[in-house]
Design a binder for this molecule. Structure first.
Ligand code: IFM
Length: 454
């Protein structure tokens, strides 16, 4: 496979990404309030290795070193997230100056090294005080999110131009409130879709608030989209694909880009009545024009019809409420340590999903990467599988550009190994290895390959 930087335009954005709770640590410093993840991580059995983000990569104290590593890699952008509980420790009220100051120092350090900040406002760390009032099931949280976005843009908009409202609202809704694998760990079946609506409404309000505070801001949202294929052309398998594409992709893409929810998905969920009872102005707010769409791409689902009876039990709740019986097939392609099948060409499918709905909208891959069991040998991490994963997916990006898709940038997930949510520190995604005992960073072979490519 030949891959050349010249396959990409000279202004293509090359970045790496992280998220606050996964890397920052310092959860009790700078006036930060508790988040749902601080709470969730303390529940026995919630995190595979019983860990938490309390220390993580200590990025809060080591960000200057990490920015230096990015500069050495040669990236031109850094996608980080702002911890809402650092800005509003209780989710309401005036902005916390120490929280603002941390992100200002980070953004300034990036700019000094010629790296453009892309700030995500919500990468899953809801202030715990808001969860106590119902979290994303409470419509008021959308309003609070709009306020927070406005503060952040007003305070930091001179050093941050690129804003991403939400990261992967599917995860916040269906892993947070349906399967319970993620904070806040609720299992309320189809009603998890109410959280999705409030997240989307919060997105719309955040777009408006950022534009009011900073009219020249570049504002988008990041969705985790999947390539979804039916196992066969049978009616049952086609219906399975329609359902999973509906829940994972269309439930989010359609209201944001087309101004309406997909009726079939609300029907599958059995939630048409609840959605219809919301103010009709919600649809307009959610579809507020955006400047770009961020897409996190990791894998493809090949699905088939399953038994008609639901398999959901109280101990094992599905993240696909209303469509629990759909089977996710193992087609034999290689998988990453997460168990996610590797399908580089699915990256083009998901770009097309967005492009078909909004042909002029600039697109970014805001995350793409792979977990593998890294072994340190003589101080080196020879992660050939990860290197190949990046190479194959960058080749798919180049292919997408040749097909005329408006892809403007690519962010590797992740800059450094970090707290992988319910998997704790047992899954490593970094281009850079972190020894959690010493916090020493070592660039992996994949990182060196990426730097050479750039
Ligand atoms: O680590 C996560 C990230 O926080 C969101 N997208 C997927 C990554 C890998 O699971």
């Amino acid at each position: 496979m030949t891959l050349d930087r010249a396959d990409f335009p000279s202004d293509f954005v090359w970045g790496t990404a992280t998220a606050a709770y996964q890397v920052e640590g310092a959860t009790n410093e700078g006036g930060r309030g508790p988040s749902i993840w601080d709470d969730f991580a303390r529940h026995p059995g919630a995190i595979a290795d019983g860990s938490s983000g309390d220390i993580a990569d200590d990025h809060y104290h080591r960000f200057v070193e990490d920015v230096g590593i990015m500069a050495d890699l040669g990236v031109t952008a850094y996608r980080f997230s702002i911890a809402w509980p650092r800005i509003q420790p209780q989710g309401v009220g005036a902005a916390n100056p120490d929280g603002i100051s941390f992100y200002r120092r980070l953004a300034e350090a990036l700019l000094q090294r010629g790296i453009t900040p892309f700030a995500t406002l919500y990468h899953w760390d809801l202030p715990l005080a808001l969860e106590d009032r119902g979290g994303w099931l409470n419509r008021d949280t959308a309003e609070r999110f709009g306020d927070y976005a406005g503060f952040a843009a007003a305070e930091l908009g001179d050093v941050v131009t690129n804003w991403i409202t939400l990261n992967e609202p599917w995860c916040s809704s269906f892993l947070g409130y349906a399967s319970g694998e993620h904070a806040p760990g609720k299992r309320i079946g189809s009603r998890a879709s109410h959280a999705a609506h409030h997240l989307l409404l919060g997105h719309g309000r955040a777009v408006a608030a950022i534009r009011e505070a900073r009219p020249t801001a570049n504002v988008g949202v990041t969705l985790n989209l999947y390539s979804v294929r039916p196992a066969t052309q049978s009616t049952g398998d086609l219906d399975a694909a329609r359902r999973i594409d509906g829940l994972q992709n269309r439930l989010f893409l359609d209201p944001i880009l087309l101004g309406r929810y997909p009726a079939d998905v609300l029907h599958d969920l059995g939630e048409e009545e609840w959605f219809a009872a919301n103010p009709s102005t919600d649809a307009v707010e959610i579809a507020a024009p955006i400047d770009f769409l961020g897409i996190n791409y990791y894998s493809r689902h090949v699905v088939a019809a399953g038994p008609t009876t639901t398999t959901t039990t109280t101990t094992e709740a599905s993240s696909n409420p209303g469509s629990e019986s759909v089977q996710f097939l193992d087609t034999g392609v290689p998988r990453t340590q997460m168990g996610w099948p590797i399908h580089p060409d699915g990256l083009i499918d998901v770009l097309e999903l967005a492009h078909d709905r909004s042909p002029d909208l600039p697109l970014y891959i805001t995350e793409n990467g792979a977990a593998y069991e890294d072994v340190v040998t003589g101080g080196e991490i020879v992660d050939e599988e990860r290197r190949r994963y990046f190479e194959q997916h960058l080749a798919a990006c180049a292919d997408a550009l040749r097909r005329g898709l408006p892809l403007k940038g690519y962010f590797a997930w992740s800059l450094i190994d970090n707290f992988e949510w319910a998997w704790g520190y047992t899954r490593r995604f970094g281009l850079v290895y972190v020894d959690y005992e010493t916090q020493r960073r070592t660039v992996k072979h994949s990182g060196r390959w990426f730097a050479n490519f750039l």
